[in-house]
Design a protein around this ligand. Structure first.
Ligand SMILES: [Zn+2]
Length: 166
């Protein structure tokens, strides 16, 4: 009895494994198509979505009250990071307000305010954590081109990749 139960079972799981492996590439293509960018294909994402990036940056700037002046004082290499940060913040607090996004001492600064109703400060804690992470990441992303970079300190501060440093 045991013998009979075990064998068909193991055969089946073998088949399932093979099927899963075979369908994986298709699933990955679908995911990429739907706009879940894999971390290792920056070039593809950049060329496919440069218009989207402008649209998304524009949408983030719309969060800035007009009296603050709607400008983005960072170079394009950080746009993807900023869009990712905005997406995460919007998930926590869809109507949050941006005050200023800029570079300071070579890394990103992202000033914001939660929309009203944050009595406990819980929203702000969660959003601060997202921004801390983004500021840390910005020290490793070339502000000019978006490639991996390091924080340069030569009397001035800027995070750059090797070719943008030259
Ligand atoms: Zn660069």
């Amino acid at each position: 009895m045991n013998h009979h139960n075990a064998e068909p079972g193991s055969e089946k799981s073998g088949e399932i494994d093979r099927e899963t492996t075979a369908s994986e590439p298709v699933a990955m293509i679908d995911a990429a198509h739907e706009g879940a960018p894999p971390d290792d294909s920056d070039a593809t994402v950049d060329s496919a979505t440069s218009v989207d990036i402008d649209d998304q940056i524009e949408r983030i700037l719309q969060r800035i009250p007009t009296r603050w002046g709607r400008s983005l004082d960072v170079d394009a290499g950080w746009y993807a990071l900023i869009i990712d940060t905005d997406n995460q913040l919007a998930r926590i607090n869809p109507d949050y307000v941006v005050h200023q996004i800029k570079e300071k001492f070579g890394t990103l600064r992202y000033y914001y305010a939660p929309s009203d109703g944050d009595a406990t400060g819980a929203l702000q804690d969660a959003m601060d954590a997202v921004i801390d992470e983004a500021e840390r990441k910005s020290a490793n992303i070339c502000e000019r081109c978006g490639q991996p970079g390091t924080l340069q300190k030569h009397g001035w501060f800027k995070t750059l990749c090797r070719s943008c440093t030259k």
